[in-house]
Write a protein that binds this ligand. Structure first.
Ligand code: ZN
Length: 306
């Protein structure tokens, strides 16, 4: 062999997690082999994408690229808007070409999905759902998102799921209109960080565990869990995001509320051990960037992510 270039399989993967307030570009093979990481503020699309490209340019060669983005995004392969951020409420980002632009620039296999699906794949590969092909990752932060994985693949159809926007049965006597601009009192409209802050009059991190505001949060999240158990039939549900982090008291309350809501209808060993069924994320803030690395690895193997 005279070829001095590294063999493609030796090259690391590049990942981009594009979040609503910040992006992380990462060059890695896994959590124990992170070669470079760059943080970029998410501003307007032109400036942000230029900064992402500058970071990726500095990484040198990589075998494949994975992109996990805030959404909604178009994941329909072959569609004219594939790889776009589509109807995002984020100012200036509607109909922004993201994955296509980066794929053309770098010419490597490129995987693309939502940030929450990326985080789910990261938790499945290296975090709290290792070894499971069927699980869900729920983020409760600025918004509420669900990454549902079945048979090791994201559950996609005409597009990605949006289970954070299901309408929960309300807590008796609770008529607060909710905070989602589309649905009012959907799960995101009731339990996202901004929803909690709007309702309580102060940020979620300032609420003590005994604050009555948590009762409605637990109830709504248990409703989401109820729907998840009955539809996605995950073998575990991993919770992350800013509202869950630092609020460990929510986990035992969620397990109790889930058991009460299901009322013994589904009988599986997983549901007999709720301490292992409803669990906190293990990768923390690295779940998203590492999830982008998983998307890159899947693209490199030629796997359709839907
Ligand atoms: Zn909604």
């Amino acid at each position: 062999m005279t070829d001095q270039a590294p063999h493609a399989t030796d090259l690391p993967f590049a990942g981009v997690e594009l979040g609503g307030t910040k992006c992380i570009a990462i060059l890695a093979r896994g959590p124990d082999d992170i070669i470079a990481e760059r943080r970029i503020a998410t501003t307007g699309p032109a400036e942000t994408l230029a900064a992402i490209e500058a970071a990726l340019d500095g990484f040198g060669q990589f075998a494949a690229l994975g992109i996990a983005s805030f959404g909604p995004v178009s994941i329909e392969a072959g569609a004219a808007d594939y790889g776009f951020i589509t109807s995002s409420p984020k100012p200036g980002w509607q109909q922004t070409d993201l994955a296509g632009r980066l794929q053309r620039r770098y010419g490597v296999p490129t995987g693309f999905h939502t940030d929450v699906t990326g985080a789910a794949l990261g938790e499945g590969r290296w975090g709290a759902a290792i070894g499971l092909g069927d699980f869900a990752y729920v983020t409760v932060g600025t918004g509420v998102g669900v990454g549902l994985i079945s048979g090791g693949r994201p559950v996609d159809g005409m597009t990605h799921g949006e289970l954070g926007h299901v309408r929960p049965v309300r807590l008796a006597g609770d008529a607060w209109p909710g905070h989602c601009p589309f649905h009012g009192a959907c799960v995101e409209g009731l339990v996202s960080g901004p929803a909690i802050a709007a309702r309580a009059g102060r940020p979620a991190p300032e609420l003590a565990p005994e604050d009555p505001a948590w009762e409605g949060v637990v109830h709504s999240l248990a409703q989401l869990l109820h729907v998840l158990v009955l539809t996605g039939v995950p073998r575990r549900v991993v919770f992350g995001g800013g509202v869950m982090t630092g609020n460990g008291h929510l986990f035992p309350r969620l397990r109790t509320a889930l058991a009460e809501s299901l009322a013994g209808y589904v009988r599986r060993p997983e549901l007999d051990d709720l301490d292992r069924y409803v669990v906190p994320a293990a990768l923390g803030g690295n779940a998203g960037p590492l999830g982008a690395i998983v998307l890159a690895a899947m693209a490199a193997r030629g796997l359709p992510i839907d």
